[in-house]
Ligand binder design. Structure first.
Ligand SMILES: Nc1ncnc2c1ncn2[C@@H]1O[C@H](COP(=O)(O)OP(=O)(O)OP(=O)(O)O)[C@@H](O)[C@H]1O
Ligand SMILES: [Mg+2]
Length: 282
């Protein structure tokens, strides 16, 4: 069925995210597994964290494991051994909770980073003793999870903001800008004359959300202006925001105000791409 901006909603996506978030780094899977049940596994090696997602054959979340890690820079794995160690830990954690061995997984790379980058991600997954089913590009994984045929995905990650335009499932335009959550942290650190680590903790503290927001608002307005410029040559609606750095109460309204059109953000936007990656595992 052809999708329109009006007919598309976040309802189903939010329901799955709501089921998935409490499973992350928890002690129990969503349910008891059937013997020999097929598991779908996704590995997201991000600039600020590594996420392991496990779905059942119907794409229902079973378990998730996550660790903050600085092993990727500008979309490329910089600390290979570090990435393998973190992924092995996450895999072991998931295997203990699920009481199953994870045998295969899908990974992802930012679009346009090339075959070499896909190879490195595949090597990390293999070094963690899983067969690589597929390496997909990150926005395509996000769009798959969102069931978005036509629209714009804005992924506000740690190091970069990716703007990806889809038409009938095809990725027709991608722009990756070197601004994201780390940029917000630097702005906060400068404002408070404090260290990056302290500013990062301050930024993530929900109690500080309203105090932080006016300080980081210009970064969000810049992201929205970049998106607006991208959308002057190619535009597709709805506009959906994903990525961990969009986790501010007023993010959507500020972004939408500068962009000049409605934008939507799922709950737990940091898990959209990792869940989409697992959906490609056969
Ligand atoms: N509660 C929060 N409030 C504000 N920012 C947050 C919050 N949680 C995470 N972040 C920020 O989100 C960013 C990480 O987002 P995400 O996990 O989507 O990125 P990534 O996939 O690791 O990075 P990239 O996609 O750039 O490779 C970090 O800058 C982090 O500080
Ligand atoms: Mg990411």
């Amino acid at each position: 069925m052809k999708q329109t901006a009006r007919s598309w909603t976040l309802a189903k996506t939010d329901q799955i995210l709501q089921q998935f978030a409490p499973l992350v780094n928890g002690q129990k899977p969503a349910r008891k597994l059937k013997p020999n049940e097929k598991l779908k596994v996704g590995v997201d090696l991000g600039t600020s964290s590594i996420v392991l997602t496990i779905l059942d054959e119907q794409d229902h979340p079973l378990y998730g494991a996550f660790e903050y890690a600085k092993v990727v820079r500008d979309g490329m794995v910089e600390d290979y051994m570090g990435a393998v160690q973190v992924l092995k830990r996450l895999k072991m954690q998931a295997e203990t909770v699920l009481n199953r061995t994870l045998t295969s997984a899908c990974g992802a790379i930012p679009p346009g980073t090339g075959e070499n980058s896909a190879k490195v991600v595949a090597n990390v997954i293999e070094a963690a003793e899983m067969e690589v089913e597929k390496i997909v590009d990150e926005p395509t994984a996000a769009a798959k999870f969102l069931h978005l045929q036509t629209g714009t995905v804005v992924d506000v990650g740690g190091g970069t903001t990716g703007i990806s335009i889809f038409r009938q499932h095809r990725l027709v335009k991608v722009v990756d800008e070197p601004t994201g959550g780390s940029h917000m942290t630097l702005v906060l650190a400068g404002y408070h004359h404090t260290t990056v680590d302290k500013a990062e903790a301050l930024k993530r503290d929900p109690k500080q959300d309203s105090a932080n927001f006016p300080i980081i608002r210009p970064v969000i307005e810049k992201m929205a202006t970049i998106t607006k410029n991208v959308m002057t040559t190619q535009s597709a609606k709805p506009v959906v925001i994903v990525g961990g750095a969009s986790n501010f109460k007023e993010f959507v309204s500020a972004f939408s105000h500068t962009l000049g059109c409605e934008v939507q953000r799922p709950i737990f936007p940091q898990f959209v791409t990792p869940l989409g990656i697992a959906m490609y595992d056969k």
